[in-house]
Write a protein of this length. Structure first.
Length: 291
């Protein structure tokens, strides 16, 4: 099931208050587990650099730490919106806001970038529509977030262990946006020329507990609105299954799929979209075509 499907339920998919607390708690020690966020942020900056145009007013949206450098020449403005202010950032730099309730006027920014911050937004379609709203005509939105088949090994171990020990299985990890649906989400939110691609990464852990520790350090523990407590015997059985999947060196590979998406706010002179399903270019190539 996709996150989009779950987000249409009557009850909130994610606990917004718990999500905020998780981010705030992880912030002081986030640097120790920042490798995925840094990978997303580096890729976003590299792709933006391919576009031969200035981005004077930039919204750095969500995420545990900044993606876009602060403007230094006085000609532009960089605003960071995050779930919680961090003591490591200058006072007044951060606007505390949820991604689906942006407190900015229409057409305020030339560029919106987001690294890792959209994966647990309850109403993702509404958040994307809000991002499109705050962009100026022909403004650019770029984001990287975990989705697709990420953490499939963790999910499988937990589901199988709980089903074996309890006869049923609760939800302990968040649903993911499927890679095949990512560009469509942007199109439905009003973006022109939406594109998406996938950066697949394999992480390797000596135990399930090392993976869970990294997820906690990232602020990525479950924030589902309805959570079944994870029994200790289930956790230990899941850890045993995880260990049984290990390679000869004793480490188990864990799949991460980083979805990179981009879209343009509608503006004059833009190329008309091709028929749905006819896209053949990569995200990097599509961005380069707008240089």
């Amino acid at each position: 099931m996709t996150a989009l499907a779950d987000a249409t339920a009557d009850r909130p998919l994610f606990d917004a208050a718990l999500r905020r607390r998780r981010h705030a708690r992880a912030a002081p020690g986030f640097a120790a587990a920042a490798f995925l966020h840094d990978r997303m942020a580096d890729e976003l900056r590299e792709r933006a650099a391919m576009i031969a145009r200035p981005f004077a007013n930039v919204l750095d949206l969500g995420g545990p730490r900044p993606v876009w450098p602060a403007a230094g020449n006085g000609d532009g403005l960089v605003v960071r919106a995050a779930l919680a202010a961090c003591a490591c950032e200058p006072a007044g730099r951060v606007v505390v806001a949820d991604e689906d309730y942006l407190p900015f006027a229409d057409a305020s920014f030339d560029l919106v970038v987001a690294a890792g911050s959209l994966v647990t937004v309850h109403d993702l379609p509404d958040a994307l529509a809000g991002i499109c709203r705050v962009l100026r005509p022909d403004g650019l939105f770029m984001a990287g977030f975990v989705g697709g088949m990420s953490l499939v090994e963790l999910r499988t171990c937990l589901l199988e262990a709980e089903a074996e020990l309890t006869g049923g299985a609760g939800r302990h990890t968040a649903p993911m946006v499927e890679a095949s649906a990512a560009a469509g989400l942007l199109a439905r939110a009003g973006f022109a020329m939406p594109v998406a691609d996938v950066d697949r990464v394999t992480l390797r852990y000596a135990s399930l507990f090392g993976l869970l520790a990294d997820l906690a350090a990232m602020g990525a523990r479950s924030v589902l609105g309805e959570r079944r407590p994870l029994r200790r015997d289930v956790l230990m059985a899941a850890a045993a299954r995880f260990a049984a999947m290990a390679d000869p060196d004793g480490k188990t590979g864990v799949t991460i799929e980083i979805l990179h998406v981009a879209g343009w706010a509608p503006g004059p002179g833009q190329p008309q979209p091709k028929a749905r399903g006819s896209a053949t270019a990569s995200l990097a190539a599509a961005l380069g075509s707008r240089a």
